[in-house]
Design a protein. Structure first.
Ligand SMILES: NC(=O)c1ccc[n+]([C@@H]2O[C@H](COP(=O)([O-])OP(=O)(O)OC[C@H]3O[C@@H](n4cnc5c(N)ncnc54)[C@H](O)[C@@H]3O)[C@@H](O)[C@H]2O)c1
Length: 286
C-alpha cells in the first residue's frame, strides 16, 4: 500500500535540510513518502542529504526500521531547485528563524506549489497568519512545529492561522499521528504555547543567575529534581542555542511586551560568542 492509498502525503517537500528539516525528512521517509529537500546551494544540499542518511542509519542501528536503509534513502532527493515542489502534497519550510529569509522562501514556494498542496512552516515563533500571506492562500497554510531532536520527540504543535481551513488542520493532525507523535493544536499567537512558556521559564532562570540567586547548575537541578523537568531551563537554553533564544525573546518583546525583554546576561553571552552546546559553552560547559 502506498501513502496515497491511506490518505498520507505521497510526496513531501522540505525547504531547509538543517537540524529540523533533516529530522522532518527522516520522519516522512519512515512513513513511506517520497521526500524532496530543497536547500540553498550545492554544499548545503549535500550536507542535508548526509544528515538524513545518518538519521536513517541510526534508526536502523537501533532496530527501529522495518525496511532496509536503501529502501528509504532511495526515496530521498535533494536539490536547489523549487521546480520539484510543484508535485508535492505537503511542503514544510524549515529555514532559519529569520523573518526576511522566511518571506523570500515562502514567496517562491507560493509560486511553485500545487494550488491544493498543504503548506507549513516549522517556525518556533512567527505569526502563521502573517507568514501565510506570503504563499498566496492562507487557507492551506499552517504551522507544524516539530521539536528537536525530531526522531525522539513525541510532539508536534499544530498552529492554526486565522484563515487556515479546518479540513487542512484535521489532515495535518492525522499525518502527525501517523508519524507516531502527539499533535497539540493551538491558535496562532506569538511563540504559540511551547516557545512562549519555555522562554518565560528560561528568561527567568537567566535573571536568577544574573541576580546571584543560585548558580546555573543548581537552578537546573532544582527544576529537574523538584519539578521533574527532564532538562533544566538553562541546560535547555544551551541546547536550543542562546542566539536562537535571544532572537525569539526580542520578537516576543515586540509582540507581547516587556515581560519577554531579554536579560543583559543573555545579550552579553551571545555577543561573546557563548551560544551554548554548539560552541561548547553557554550556561554550562559542553
Ligand atoms: N533547532 C531547534 O531546536 C528548533 C526546534 C523547533 C523549531 N525550530 C525552527 O526550525 C527552523 C529551522 O531551524 P534549524 O535549527 O533546523 O536551523 P538550521 O540552521 O540547522 O537549518 C537551516 C537550513 O536551512 C537552509 N537554508 C538557509 N537558507 C536557505 C534558503 N534560502 N533556501 C533553502 N534552504 C536554506 C540551511 O542551509 C540549513 O540547511 C527555524 O524556524 C527554527 O526556529 C528549531
Amino acid at each position: 500500500m502506498t501513502p496515497a492509498d491511506t490518505g498520507l502525503p505521497a510526496l513531501v517537500g522540505v525547504i531547509g535540510g538543517g537540524r529540523m528539516g533533516a529530522g522532518i525528512a527522516h520522519a516522512f521517509l519512515g512513513l513511506g513518502s517520497v521526500v524532496r529537500i530543497v536547500d540553498a546551494d550545492d554544499a548545503a544540499t549535500a550536507a542535508a542529504h548526509r544528515r538524513v542518511r545518518d538519521l536513517v542509519q541510526s534508526s536502523a542501528d537501533r532496530g527501529a526500521l522495518e525496511s532496509p536503509v536503501e529502501e528509504l534513502t532511495a526515496r530521498l532527493d535533494s536539490t536547489t531547485s523549487y521546480d520539484g515542489l510543484a508535485e508535492c502534497d505537503l511542503v514544510v519550510e524549515a529555514v532559519p528563524e529569520d523573518l526576511e529569509l522566511k518571506h523570500r522562501v515562502l514567496d517562491r514556494l507560493g509560486r511553485s506549489a500545487r494550488p491544493d498542496a498543504v503548506l507549513a512552516s516549522n517556525t518556533s515563533s512567527f505569526s502563521i497568519t502573517a507568514l501565510g500571506e506570503r504563499v498566496g492562500g492562507r487557507h492551506r497554510f499552517l504551522g507544524l512545529h516539530f521539536f528537536n531532536p525530531v526522531p525522539s520527540s513525541d510532539l508536534v504543535e499544530v498552529v492554526v492561522g486565522r484563515e487556515t481551513d479546518p479540513g487542512i488542520v484535521e489532515l495535518a493532525q492525522t499525518w502527525v499521528e501517523a508519524l507516531g507523535k502527539a499533535a497539540v493544536t493551538v491558535a496562532d499567537s506569538p511563540g504559540f504555547a511551547t516557545s512562549r512558556l519555555g522562554l518565560a521559564l528560561g528568561l527567568e532562570a537567566i535573571r536568577m543567575v544574573e541576580e546571584g540567586v543560585a548558580p546555573a547548575q543548581d537552578i537546573d537541578t532544582a527544576m529537574e529534581l523538584g519539578y521533574k523537568h527532564p532538562v533544566g531551563p538553562l541546560r535547555l537554553t544551551d541546547i536550543v542555542g542562546l542566539d536562537v533564544r535571544l532572537g525569539v525573546a526580542d520578537y516576543l518583546t515586540e509582540q507581547l511586551g516587556e515581560r519577554f525583554r531579554p536579560p543583559q546576561l543573555l545579550r552579553d553571552k551571545v555577543a561573546a560568542g557563548e551560544l551554548g552546546r554548539k560552541t561548547g559553552n553557554g550556561f554550562h560547559d559542553w
